[in-house]
Design a binder for this molecule. Sequence first.
Ligand code: COA
Length: 169
Amino acid sequence: MLIRVEIPVDAAGIAKLLRKVFAGNREADLIQQLREDGLITLGVVATDDYGGIIGYAAFSPVMVNGEDRLWVGLAPLAVSEKHQGKGIGKALVYEGLDTLNEFSYAAVAVLGDPAYYAPFGFKPAAEFNLHSQWPDVASAFQIYSLADDALVGVSGLVEYSAPFDQLPA
Ligand SMILES: CC(C)(COP(=O)(O)OP(=O)(O)OC[C@H]1O[C@@H](n2cnc3c(N)ncnc32)[C@H](O)[C@@H]1OP(=O)(O)O)[C@@H](O)C(=O)NCCC(=O)NCCS
């Protein structure tokens, strides 16, 4: 297994993985749209011994009260069913956080199960009076601070880019 940054030739394998893991086109279409719009800040893939894509994590820009503060959102995160539970999701997230840190990004938002994301250091966004554009899933909205002062004096709306709102239900 290899964890590395996404390159253009991975696109088809990533789409195939996302269609399978999420049983539909939604996440694959989202990634395609983000890619077309130049909104993938960082994509990390896990590959098997034959180069096949078995895991993927994408990070794209999120605005804080309409301002670019070098925050990104992690979505989606997927590991092929056959390879789940072997630490690949964890390796993808850590690789993403490390790389974003190297490039001086300030914070990472995620909408997901707190039981999964808390061990990485993600905190409930509500603790910082931060919310996403989807109030129904407020308890799943979490933030990871990469820069010491990223969350100081910041509260309000953390907004994912337009392709997230254009997703079919
Ligand atoms: C969620 C997902 C990415 C996890 O990937 P994975 O490679 O199976 O996870 P890992 O093996 O790296 O697990 C890391 C840790 O989280 C735990 N864990 C795994 N799935 C979990 C879950 N759903 N809830 C809570 N903890 C979980 C593991 O037990 C492991 O704990 P440990 O470090 O103490 O051993 C994968 O199961 C998946 O693709 N699921 C379907 C898509 C999805 O739900 N994506 C997330 C939302 S976008």
